[in-house]
Design a protein around this ligand. Structure first.
Ligand code: FAD
Length: 363
């Protein structure tokens, strides 16, 4: 019997496992496939919510904690595993003309660097932009992480620290009796544990269906295209009308994304490819000479207002949830997983857990 079982090996499951293991707990993580192959792989890796002033304070708190923690986490992972997650602070340029005052007010409330800059500075920061911008919002401290590499580094880290990882192990049901978690049923195996943390991303609600109260988490598909360009063709993360470009160090450029309510369907479409390509080329004509190397879709774990559930289950002792991070799972992960570990271990919580509870009013 393990102390703690974690269901799901995306960033949320793996980072929760790491936090728990660092405290000395015996941890076993289960994934029905390879770890880090779902939303965590498909995401863009911007270490900020898009238009961050539009979100609830409970999201800003998790995001801000994560932004502060990432440089150290990336360094620890690289030193311990030899895999760099490519944390890179290349700044976020928001090209939309509206909401500048709301952005400035929000930044001054939270003490975060954000300024409105003129067209000359915009052109200096991102010379490849086609349309001269009268003004833009500039957030110089915003970083990105290369999420597939972060997932690989995290996996190597937890392996080395002694987390037991069982891949190709789909959990079919939770084993609950007398209001207590006993473990999980995976095929014909009953894996026993005194504590279980559900970190199953978009599949979380399905797993918790039999537990009484189940969180509202549903899949929202996002499609992305990847250009194989050259290093430094684009310099910054840019955002305009909800579409963003993310230049990686090796010259690859992600352009995304769509928001589609299609259930658990991860098929890509020619329509989405065309849509993203048109917008990308209008913004950056220089991309026209580079091939689209890949297109993919991922399922974001959407929760009401994007506020994740990080909490003990109110009706089942020993059962915990860390899921529903929607569009901001990468940026919120460090805080979310530290908080989840605090709750599992009964430690003083790093943040007030109240906004992330599973209550009847939130479903
Ligand atoms: C196109 C796109 C762009 C994004 N861009 C960003 C961004 O720039 N910044 C940002 O912060 N966030 C971004 N996100 C959101 C972010 O990727 C997610 O919020 C985050 O990855 C969620 O992590 P997770 O570990 O909860 O879920 P997942 O990564 O989906 O992991 C869940 C895991 O649970 C496993 N699982 C499910 N059911 C079972 C079962 N029954 N038994 C065993 N295992 C199971 C799955 O196999 C999977 O490995 C983006 C997402 C998408 C799709």
């Amino acid at each position: 019997m393990t102390d703690i079982l974690i269901i799901g090996g995306g960033i949320i499951g793996m980072l929760t496992a790491r936090e728990l293991r660092l405290s000395g707990a015996e941890v076993c993580l289960l994934d029905r496939q390879e770890t880090g192959r779902e939303a965590t792989w498909a995401g863009g890796g911007i270490i900020s919510p898009l238009y961050p002033w539009r979100y609830a304070d409970s999201i800003t708190k998790l995001a801000h904690w994560g932004q502060t923690r990432y440089p150290g986490l990336a360094q620890e992972l690289e030193e311990y595993t030899g895999i760099s997650p490519e944390w890179n602070r290349n700044g976020l340029l928001i090209l939309d003309a509206e909401e500048q005052q709301a952005a400035l007010d929000w930044a001054s409330q939270w003490g975060l660097p954000l300024e409105v800059i003129d067209s000359q500075r915009v052109a200096g920061l991102e010379p490849a932009l086609a349309v001269p911008q009268a003004q833009a919002i500039w957030m110089p401290e915003i970083a990105q992480i290369r999420n597939p590499r972060l997932a690989r580094a995290l996996r190597a880290d937890i392996d080395k620290r002694g987390v037991k990882v069982l891949e190709s192990t789909p959990v079919d049901a939770l084993s609950i009796s007398d209001g207590r978690i006993r473990g999980v049923q995976a095929g014909d195996r009953l894996l026993e544990a005194s504590k279980v943390v559900v970190c199953a991303g978009a599949w979380t609600a399905t797993l918790l269906e039999g537990s009484g109260l189940s969180p509202e988490v549903r899949p929202i598909q996002g499609q992305m295209i990847l250009f194989k360009a050259i290093p430094d063709l684009l310099k910054r993360i840019t955002l305009f009308q909800d579409h963003y470009s993310i230049p990686r160090r090796d010259g690859r450029i992600l352009f995304g994304s769509t928001l589609e309510e299609v259930g658990f369907d991860k098929r890509t479409s020619a329509e989405a490819r065309r849509h993203l390509l048109d917008i990308a080329l209008a913004r950056f004509p220089a991309l026209a000479t580079y091939p689209v190397e890949q297109q993919w879709a991922g399922l974001r774990p959407a929760s009401p207002s994007g506020i994740p559930y990080i909490c003990p289950h109110p009706e089942v002792q020993g059962l915990f949830i860390n899921a529903g991070h929607f569009r901001n799972g990468l940026v919120m992960a460090p805080a979310s997983c530290r908080l989840a570990a605090d709750l599992v271990l009964g430690r003083n919580p790093v943040l007030d857990p109240a906004p992330y509870a599973l209550t009847a009013s939130r479903i």
